[in-house]
Write a protein that binds this ligand. Structure first.
Ligand code: FAD
Length: 427
């Protein structure tokens, strides 16, 4: 997008077209204006439009421009935080509510895809959280038992069972989460956009919101060309936030993450690598992830930005990693490369903000936004439609909290990943 081949890579190459949208050219009115055309904004718009609300979505760039169009495509259940720790972090009521809601998050996504016939390479075969060494095994054993206690469909796999599913003997075991799956993220977000338009929402791309002001009982949000006046504003700009809600970006530490896609692999090789098509990530501190796309490409990713010296360092490391993990691959060619920024919060949990009366939003998904963004978008619609009250929200209302040393932490992530990948997998 924006003529940058490293912004959305493979996903842009293989996603169906988005609905035709143009910039907001004239002043308009609606019940709700949604700012941001990612999973959160489009799920909110879809659910609101289906309920008969008039909705206008303003997206500063293109549909899926933010993290929605750049991610790995793992439809995860739950968050990074251990299930048993959530009630301690958020209080019993919000903790249990969030666990239930996000534990069922992949199911919400899959049902939405089915209902709206979204073509997005959906695979319902689960994900494998692969353990590296003894420490990794300890982590997934604890995670498995905490989810199993709650009746979740997760299974602990031995090293041999993991090797048979992954096609690599590198792991000491894995947690198979059958609730989860994979999809083509840009195709999914574009599919949500089509569904929202069919339900009656109006979408404007290239319509960056630059200001907001109170008008009577409502709000007027303006782009450089025109404005929308509405009773409610949904702020769904997350890590890519600019304009009046730049504070959302300031409360996060951005973690760069890249993906590289191989050319479609020969059938013989594919028979041994993820034959069940699960999505994978590992327990390393600088984690790696991989999955297949529909045409048999392997999408391999890790922490780091594909800019400046990072391009050569991360690609060379990925080649070495793949050679060790999957010697059967032989010499690897990458067809596409891309990266984006993940919005991390200080307690690794998302936030609900009430920026002003009737101005609301969720953000800070810590690299797990496909299911949470979809679910929270629906929650915002339910709140606006008064189907739920403030006391039924999955998160408490929080003030914007800026983390200390944000700039230093971001530089550390980018440089640290480069140093680790420069040295990694050499011996
Ligand atoms: C590389 C990478 C890998 C990831 N992997 C996964 C994964 O495998 N699984 C998973 O669940 N999650 C993953 N994530 C996280 C997930 O992609 C995000 O959490 C999710 O996209 C957030 O959705 P969103 O709709 O809230 O925000 P976004 O998708 O970021 O959308 C926000 C939109 O707001 C627009 N915007 C910003 N400011 C304005 C403005 N002033 N006016 C108008 N529009 C504006 C932006 O242009 C953008 O399109 C990953 C993220 C990255 C970057």
């Amino acid at each position: 997008m924006l003529n940058d081949p490293r912004s959305h890579g493979l996903w842009e190459k293989t996603a169906p077209e988005p609905p035709a949208t143009g910039p907001l050219e004239a002043d308009a009115k609606a019940d709700v204006v949604v700012v941001g055309g990612g999973f959160t904004g489009l799920s909110a718009a879809l659910h609101l439009a289906q309920a008969g609300c008039s909705v206008i979505v303003l997206e500063g760039n293109e549909i899926g421009f933010g993290a929605a169009g750049r991610n790995v495509g793992l439809i995860n259940a739950g968050m990074w935080v251990m299930p048993d720790d959530l009630p301690g972090e958020l209080g019993e009521v919000h903790g249990e509510r969030l666990l239930n809601l996000l534990g069922n998050g992949p199911q919400v996504v899959m049902e939405l895809i089915d209902r709206h016939g979204i073509a997005c390479e959906l695979e319902r075969n689960g994900t494998l959280h692969c353990a590296v060494g003894k420490a990794g095994l300890k982590e997934i054993i604890a995670r498995a038992s905490q989810w199993q206690k709650r009746g979740a469909a997760v299974t602990l796999l031995s090293a041999a069972e993991t090797a048979a599913r992954v096609g690599s003997a590198d792991y000491s075991g894995s947690l198979l989460d059958k609730r989860a799956g994979t999809l083509q993220p840009l195709a999914y977000v574009r599919g949500l956009a089509h569904a929202a338009v069919r339900a009656g929402a109006i979408l404007h791309a290239s319509s960056r919101v630059v200001s907001v002001r109170r008008v009577g009982g409502g709000w007027t949000v303006a782009t450089a060309k025109a404005s929308v006046t509405a009773d409610w504003v949904v702020v769904a700009t997350d890590a890519y936030s600019t304009g009046p809600w730049e504070s959302v970006r300031r409360e996060q530490v951005h973690l760069p993450y890249f993906n590289l896609a191989t050319r479609p692999l020969p059938t013989k090789v594919l028979d041994s690598i993820l034959p069940g098509r699960e999505g994978v990530w590992d327990t390393k501190e600088i984690l790696s992830s991989f999955r297949r796309d529909q045409t048999g490409r392997l999408v391999f990713g890790s922490v780091g930005a594909l800019r400046h010296g990072g391009v050569a360092v991360h690609k060379a490391w990925a080649r070495r990693s793949l050679a060790r993990l999957f010697p059967q691959l032989g010499k690897v060619e990458f067809e596409c490369e891309w990266y984006g920024k993940i919005g991390m919060t200080d307690n690794a949990l998302p936030r609900f903000h009430r920026f002003a009366p009737n101005v609301v939003g969720f953000s800070g998904y810590n690299g797990r936004g496909i299911a949470p963004g979809t679910v929270f978008g629906r929650t915002l619609a339910q709140l606006i439609l008064r189907e739920i009250g403030d006391d039924e929200l999955p998160l408490p209302v929080s003030d914007i909290r800026e983390p200390s040393f944000r700039g230093m932490k971001e530089a550390y992530y980018e440089t640290g990943a480069q140093i680790a990948h420069f040295a990694g997998e050499r011996f």
